[in-house]
Write a new protein. Structure first.
Length: 116
């Protein structure tokens, strides 16, 4: 059974940093494009960032460029999202998944709350 478990969220002041982790189990994701997504209250889930299997291809949504960094460790089957210069509008539940996402792979996510 495939499971993606996100962690590392929390409450942080504007301008602060957090590092999210996504640990995969049940299969290896080393050959997959992996992504981070987020869902803010009252809004639809949106794409944040994606990384290719070797880390050579990286894409960010415009609102996080220059502030967030996606990375992966295929040996650990883990994907990371380093978030800096956080803003209140980054407040959301953050999820990882393949990119494009597969419906059955959504986990519980990790809550990120940025206070002003």
């Amino acid at each position: 059974q495939v499971q993606l478990v996100e962690s590392g969220g929390g409450l942080v002041q504007a301008g602060g940093s957090l590092r999210l982790s996504c640990a995969a189990s049940g299969r290896t994701f080393s050959n997959y494009l992996m992504g981070w997504f987020r869902q803010a209250p009252g809004k639809e889930r949106e794409f944040v960032a994606a990384i290719g299997w070797s880390g050579g291809t990286i894409v960010y949504t415009d609102s996080v460029k220059g502030r967030f960094t996606i990375s992966r460790d295929n040996a650990k089957n883990t994907v990371y999202l380093q978030m800096t210069s956080l803003k209140p509008e980054d407040t959301a539940v953050y999820y990882c998944n393949t990119n494009p996402p597969r419906e059955t792979y959504w986990g519980q996510g990790t809550q990120v709350t940025v206070s002003s």
